[in-house]
Design a protein around this ligand. Structure first.
Ligand SMILES: [Zn+2]
Length: 465
């Protein structure tokens, strides 16, 4: 159904008038302790799913709580009869644990509005942003459409999972087995952020992740460094030399073929990024750093989002206890991860890393690998129509041009949507860098919530048209 400007205005007015009630509904959701990683809260997770299912049924969705291998998922479908592209909205109702609980200014499951030092008002509670507040921006936009026009502007399926914060282990299988139910033309995900408090953003690329654990073994036991030192191979020396060779002096990864298949940014995106004021001072300064350590000749924004990386995330071996122990260890280990961009094949990168290590092992040493993850990057077609429509809608709501940005992180569900359902995903969210997601005193700006609801109303109208 095409939404007329008058109808859209009425929906937006409804959202404004209903703000207090929509806050009440968000607060009710935030009071449910849906901590997914701790089995003690399994009942709360189920209660949260049931709560959402009831709420969605109340605005006309055919909604149900669906069993998965773990915490249940909520699937809600708008009744048949609506024309227009079908969208699949994804969010999660589970939250992170709250400890250390004594660092919270308010009890984490008793939401309240606080005024920040700079005058902004914010909802403070566990899940206020990630992801209950963000999910409700979408639900409330649907509610307003239903109230004003009697129906939704386009067919919507909602998938709300309860295991995002503990790895979404059961989600790929659930998507696979619910393929026909989740069938759609486009996926929408609201688990990302704005560029800054005034500038909306659409995340159009996500980096992939290959995560390896490597253990180098030399002697068949730990050795006395006085008796054997000098003659015995030391696996810590071997491993650190190999890891040290992963980058050249220009910060480029030296694994053969690592950069194969990668494209540079489209010129208009490169221009938009160049105009953003990202400097070593304002990006690295706040974490106590001053000089970008990535590839020479690439901007900071490129280094953290559109270029691939290799990082050592952990390294251990030998004696690390108190005092001294003169030992040449038998083994040394490291965890090494690669953030990938579009064009890179995760399995090729994984194999390339393993070959890189094996080729550098001296006599008497062997290497063992554990595969912790191997997921590809995602990139939207910059020319796709829904992207342009959503960008226009967001720009209208916020009064400034929405940015197309790349995220350095990974959201694996988008890969499953592409692989299993063939869907591209628009990632639109209203989180801010200072939301303290996963930390004590998590918050969501009242503006993010209010204008987030209005933004979704505009985006849905734009997609329907
Ligand atoms: Zn999270």
């Amino acid at each position: 159904m095409t939404v007329s400007p008058q109808q859209l205005d009425a929906v937006l007015a409804r959202i404004d008038a209903d703000l207090d009630q929509s806050l009440e509904r968000l607060f009710a959701l935030l009071r449910i302790k849906s901590i997914s990683t701790d089995p003690a809260f399994a009942g709360d997770c189920r209660a949260c799913a049931e709560h959402l299912s009831r709420d969605l049924a109340g605005i006309g969705f055919v909604a149900g709580v669906k069993a998965t291998g773990g915490h249940p998922a909520v699937v809600a479908k708008s009744p048949a009869g609506n024309g227009g592209p079908r969208v699949l909205f994804y969010g999660h109702y589970d939250v992170q644990p709250v400890d250390p609980v004594d660092l919270w200014r308010v009890p984490p499951f008793e939401p309240r509005i606080e005024t920040l030092a700079d005058g902004r008002k914010a909802i403070v509670a566990r899940g206020a942003c990630d992801d209950k507040g963000q999910v409700m921006t979408f639900v409330e936009a649907c509610r307003a459409f239903k109230a004003v026009t009697g129906s939704l502007p386009l067919p919507i399926t909602m998938l709300l999972e309860g295991e995002e914060e503990c790895g979404s282990k059961n989600l790929p299988a659930f998507v696979e087995s619910s393929k026909s139910e989740l069938d759609a033309d486009l996926a929408l995900v609201c688990d990302t952020g704005m560029w800054d408090p005034k500038t909306p953003a659409i995340t159009t690329s996500l980096r992939g992740l290959v995560y390896e654990e490597v253990t180098v073994t030399a002697a068949d036991r730990d050795l006395h460094s006085g008796l054997f030192g000098g003659a015995a191979q030391n696996p810590i020396r071997v491993l650190s030399k190999i890891l040290g060779a992963l980058h050249d002096d220009d910060g480029r990864v030296t694994i053969p073929g690592f950069y194969d298949g990668i494209h540079d940014l489209p010129p208009e995106v490169a221009r938009q990024w160049a105009a953003l004021d990202i400097t070593a001072e304002n990006f690295l300064g706040p974490v106590g750093l001053s000089v970008p350590a990535g590839e020479k000749g690439r901007s900071i924004l490129e280094q953290v989002s559109s270029r691939p990386t290799a990082e050592v995330n952990g390294i251990w071996g030998g004696y690390t206890g108190e005092g001294s122990k003169t030992v040449i260890p038998s083994q040394a280990s490291a965890k090494v991860s690669f953030r990938l961009v579009a064009g890179q094949d995760p399995l090729k990168i994984r194999d390339g890393f393993r070959a890189f290590v094996n080729a550098r092992l001296p006599a008497d040493c062997s290497a063992r690998f554990i595969d912790h993850s191997a997921g590809p990057a995602l990139m939207l077609d910059w020319g796709m129509k829904p992207l342009a429509a959503a960008k226009r809608a967001l720009s209208e709501e916020w009064g400034r041009e929405a940015l197309l940005i790349g995220s350095g992180g990974s959201i694996p569900i988008c890969g499953d949507f592409k692989r299993v359902l063939g869907l591209d995903t628009l990632l639109i969210g209203f989180g801010l860098d200072d939301d303290r997601v996963h930390s004590p005193n998590e918050k969501y700006d009242l503006t993010s919530f209010h204008k987030g609801m209005r933004s979704w109303a505009r985006v849905l109208a734009a997609l329907a048209g």
